[in-house]
Design a protein around this ligand. Structure first.
Ligand SMILES: NC(=O)c1ccc[n+]([C@@H]2O[C@H](COP(=O)([O-])OP(=O)(O)OC[C@H]3O[C@@H](n4cnc5c(N)ncnc54)[C@H](OP(=O)(O)O)[C@@H]3O)[C@@H](O)[C@H]2O)c1
Length: 246
């Protein structure tokens, strides 16, 4: 797909992979809109990339999601790309952690429900555009559960299965919207700070994603995620055993 002259919303664009995608797509002459919970982080990005538009939005709250979509539809009706990137992942013990239920609810809200809600709310406007795309940022852990992140994998698996079903429905409805699913490897950023594994720089992962978008790679496992997705039918048992040891 064409990766310049678009209007692109990146959720969680204030840090990590979302910020790297924002920087690289900004330099390709796209209008970039980012949203996040933390206003000071958004303001810092605005200082760095002055032409960016920032929206404060807590994706666990329906009223904030609705008002984000309304503001964007009013201010940027030509929006044609949604990058669902915001994510949370908690390393915890489901049996002993007093906040286990709050953590699992938040992961499902941010990693799954917010993605699906934004897709549903932007669908009518994206359907009208000729170069429209939805990019869901997922993870190789959608295929293999890691016991130290007991509910993260579950939320990401839900997203993976939704993406697959939704792709069929887009096709059956003759939709021109392109759906991408990206599975980054472990990256050297906040969300993976407690995972001790070989990590790729988010800049590198973002540049692979941009090239993948240009080449219409609709399913984009990167690094270790390629092995996880390939082996889900072959070596899944062994990998699950290994992941639960580290
Ligand atoms: N890090 C990895 O190794 C790794 C590996 C595979 C896949 N991924 C996926 O890559 C994506 C980006 O993660 P990252 O590693 O870049 O993590 P990150 O640096 O922690 O960034 C996550 C972003 O999500 C936003 N976010 C979280 N909760 C939110 C909420 N309730 N409302 C609005 N925004 C919210 C955060 O914004 P605020 O700071 O404003 O809350 C932040 O900008 C995620 O979907 C993650 O699952 C990451």
């Amino acid at each position: 797909m064409k990766t310049n002259n678009n209007i692109i919303l990146i959720t969680g664009g204030g840090s990590g992979l979302g910020l790297e995608l924002a920087k690289q797509l900004y330099s390709l002459n796209n209008k970039i809109l980012i949203c996040g919970k933390d206003r000071s982080e958004l303001n810092r990005v605005k200082e760095l990339l002055p032409n960016i538009s920032i929206f404060k939005c807590d994706l666990t709250r329906d009223e904030e999601i609705n008002s984000l979509v309304e503001s964007i539809k009013n201010e940027f009706p030509e929006i044609n790309i949604l990058i669902n990137n915001a994510g949370v992942g908690y390393k915890y013990d489901f049996i002993t952690d007093d906040n286990a239920l709050d953590k699992t609810v938040e992961e499902i809200q941010v990693n799954y429900l917010a993605y699906v809600k934004l897709i549903r709310l932007f669908l009518p406007i994206l359907t009208l555009k000729s170069n429209a795309a939805i990019v869901n940022i997922n993870t190789g852990l959608a295929f293999v559960p890691m016991s130290s992140l007991p509910t993260y994998s579950a939320s990401k698996s839900a997203m993976h299965f939704f993406s697959r079903s939704f792709r069929h429905q887009l096709k059956n409805n003759n939709s021109k919207i392109k759906l991408f699913e990206v599975l980054p490897p472990v990256m050297d950023i906040k969300l993976a700070k407690d995972i001790h594994f070989y990590k790729l720089k988010p800049e590198k992962v973002a540049s692979i994603i941009v090239k993948g978008l240009q080449r219409d790679r609709y399913f984009m496992p990167i690094g270790i995620s390629r092995i996880l997705s390939f082996s889900k039918n072959f070596m899944a048992g062994f990998i699950e055993w290994y992941l639960n040891k580290i």
